[in-house]
Design a protein around this ligand. Sequence first.
Ligand code: NAD
Ligand code: MG
Length: 398
Amino acid sequence: MNSVSPGLRGVTILGATGSIGTSTLDVIARHPTRYRVHALTACRSREALFGLCRVHHPAVTVLDTEDDAAWLRGRLAESGMDTEVRAGKAALVEVAEASEVDVVMSAIVGAAALLPTLAAVRAGKRVLLANKEALVMSGALFMEAVSASGSTLLPIDSEHNAIFQCLPSEHRAGLERHGVSQLLLTASGGPFRGWSPEALAAVTPDQACAHPNWSMGRKISVDSATMMNKGLELIEACWLFDALPDQIQVVVHPQSVIHSMVAYTDGSVIAQLGNPDMRTPIAYGLAWPERIDAGVEALDLFALARLDFETPDEAAFPCLGLARAAMTAGGTAPAILNAANEVAVEAFLAGRLGFTAIGDLVARVLESSEVSAVTDLATVLEADARARRTAADWLMRQ
Ligand code: NAD
Ligand code: MG
């Protein structure tokens, strides 16, 4: 049993079996005198979650279905472990807001992270935001909840973590007041940078998931390949840093060593550099404002030798422009964009949709959806559900 020692910070990891979840556990395991794992959650990957329980001894785990939870209870009992196992969406919310928890890592992929992440925010936790879809969907509502509860929201997405590190600490008072002229959001350009439209049309899921610099889950890998990931990140940056879409310049930087930059009116540009390893932003978020070892190799500038920069090819990768347009339209448009993209990426990964049709489907759903003001969470969830139905109908007709 995980006894609660004073001084140790209790951590819940939502999406513990994924790429970000396991990197978070790697950093935590390096600092046993600082952190205690309270809860680990997964959707269906029960074997992987069982493996994590044996190493990290959480007090609670959560799986999506009661069947998987029963299986895990059995395995834990055989191993003499008394980790509690819960099932379902309400249990995700419970472990996000539990009183034993100080820090919540939001690393579930997609819209499924929205409710537990908001619960952590409302409970005033330190929220490490790796998931981007929740903030893209709920924007102002999410940021208002952060202000109202006094939750500490720390961006883990490497670009936003870099911008956070390059901004003055009181940046929430507004970018202009601090002399910021532009946020420079770097992008690797994905595995298909420079490819022709004909070659892009024939891309397979395995090709799209083989990112040149980062090892990530399949959904974000596809988003990186279409550049929808950069579009979602542009929206994420607008909300996190109170910026307008035209204050953000996307800079393709194939080496993924500069993780983003902030340009100031006096001509200064401040950048954050490091090897492309998510353990750096994760360690930053866990320990902020202190710094701790993340297990990441020091950057070798001599081996690197050069840094390249290009403008994004928005004709070949239309998803970036679609996301910028959705943010400019405001209201429920980003939630509609996100929902359509989730349906499209799932269909692509299942072999039911071509790579370039991902952008086509998102554009169709945006064109045919009514955008309304975001007044409450129900409006966001309705827009999300409606956009998923529209996208599914479009897919059926293909
Ligand atoms: P992943 O696919 O590797 O892991 C996802 C995790 O979420 C798994 O633990 C899975 O069991 C769980 N999950 C999936 N669907 C769920 C559902 N419906 N309900 C509950 N749990 C569910 O994904 P990842 O690459 O770790 O990415 C996680 C999030 O972090 C994404 O939103 C992604 O955009 C963001 N992010 C990832 C990286 C990266 O390097 N991997 C970088 C920046 C941001
Ligand atoms: Mg990123």
